[in-house]
Design a protein around this ligand. Structure first.
Ligand code: KG4
Ligand code: ZN
Length: 385
């Protein structure tokens, strides 16, 4: 019999999301507005644009969530909202809106750490007891932690540079995959997974990062540089060049910039065409990312076993984040968990990427554990930027 109802609000990056979840783990209602298409056009997230889109959508998303769940604001036990980490401008929209709600309806407020929410999502679906190992891989995150309690995490490793999703997005942009007829509307990672299925991963070799670093950290910028080098070489061979669009130039500068452009045209190079070997490059990139993630996770599992932090046969590896929806990467991790006698669990794809459900569920977990529930928001201030 549910006794708690939490409204979760998420605006840390480029998704405006909300959900109402009860303490039995039932999702009563949820809604999400993705800004992905806008950001695809600009080739990345521009924070003030993201902020504006959150502002335009937050009220509608929260109202839709409440409407679907048939719950009024008065009936809620608390409001839980992501307060960190993320883009400051985006986070501010969710926080400002939430503070207005909790002040108006006199509800407790639960500030949520976005990563904690990702890590705990699995407990809404499966009965996983602490401690368990979590691998979070997305566009903004790459960490390996042991979840020891609702807000008790042991950090084993993280990316020393960029996250794997960020790397996949950069390679996809460099390959102009938004112009590819089959994957124009997909995220970079999804487009690479899609094309990799038709490619041969053995045609290009990207190497294994951090081979001489005996720890559980990750690195993806070296793989990104290697992929870029291969792409540039291929573009040269196929007579393709990438021009940058220069706006706001003075006429002199514009003329100067036109010169190399005219030169390339007279050399017979084509602008912005797709490479013939995108599928092979996608397959090689996906393989290198999967191998690196699997190797570092393997090391973390062995460390957990040896140090007695986790013991089989009931030890679990939870994999979450947008990149976790990649089936090739999942298969690589399945090989690792089979070999070490761990269970591999992944939340369903819609709960792997940013969503409101995980924030609401984190609120439930925190209420149950008696952690971080604020009954007055006097000390919290939103500073408009
Ligand atoms: O968790 P998420 O929605 O947002 C955060 O970054 O927090 O993850 C988005 C990332 C993007 O970089 C996207 O390219 C990647 O997840 N992604 C994938 C796949 N689907 C999304 N990467 C690899 N394979 C996929 N199927
Ligand atoms: Zn996230």
């Amino acid at each position: 019999y549910p006794t708690k109802l939490v409204l979760g609000i998420e605006t840390s990056c480029d998704d405006t999301a909300a959900a109402v979840v009860d303490d039995t783990g039932k999702i009563l209602g949820e809604a999400l507005h993705s800004q992905n298409e806008v950001h695809l056009k600009t080739g990345g997230i521009i924070p003030p644009v993201a902020q504006q889109l959150h502002r335009e959508n937050i009220e509608r998303i929260v109202k839709e969530t409440l409407c679907v769940s048939g719950i009024s604001l008065k009936e809620l036990s608390a409001v839980a909202t992501t307060v960190k980490p993320g883009l400051a401008l985006s986070l501010g929209v969710g926080l400002e809106y939430s503070l207005k709600l909790v002040d108006k309806y006199k509800k407790p407020f639960i500030p949520i750490h976005h990563m904690e929410a990702h890590a705990l999502t699995i407990r809404l679906i499966n009965q996983v007891e602490f401690p368990f190992l979590v691998l979070l891989i997305s566009g903004g995150h790459c960490i390996l932690v042991v979840a020891q309690g609702v807000s008790d995490f042991l950090l084993l490793g993280q990316s020393v540079d960029i996250a794997p999703g960020d790397m996949l997005d950069k390679v996809a942009r460099r390959l102009s995959l938004t112009k590819h007829p089959e994957c124009c509307r997909m995220s970079g990672g999804k487009a690479i997974e899609h094309l990799a299925q038709q490619g041969n991963r053995l045609h290009y070799e990207l190497g294994a990062p951090m081979r001489h670093h005996p720890n559980c950290n990750f690195s993806f910028s070296g793989l990104h540089s290697n992929a870029t080098r291969i792409i540039m070489q291929k573009e040269k061979e196929e007579g393709i060049f990438q021009s940058k669009i220069y706006t706001n130039c003075t006429p002199d500068l514009w003329l100067y910039l036109q010169k190399p452009l005219l030169l390339t045209i007279s050399l017979g190079l084509q602008e912005g065409h797709l490479l013939s070997c995108v599928t092979d490059i996608a397959a090689a990139v996906q393989h290198a990312v999967a191998l690196h993630i699997a190797q570092r996770t393997h090391r973390a599992i062995l460390f957990c076993i040896k140090s007695g932090i986790l013991s089989q046969p009931n030890a679990t590896l939870v994999v979450s984040g947008g990149v976790a929806s990649n089936q090739y990467i999942r298969r690589a991790l399945q090989i690792v968990t089979d070999a070490t006698n761990f269970n591999l669990l992944c939340p369903p794809p819609r709960l792997c990427t940013d969503n409101g459900v995980m924030i609401a569920w984190n609120g439930i977990e925190r209420m149950r554990a008696g952690l971080g529930v604020l009954h007055s928001t006097d000390g919290i201030r939103y500073e408009p930027k």
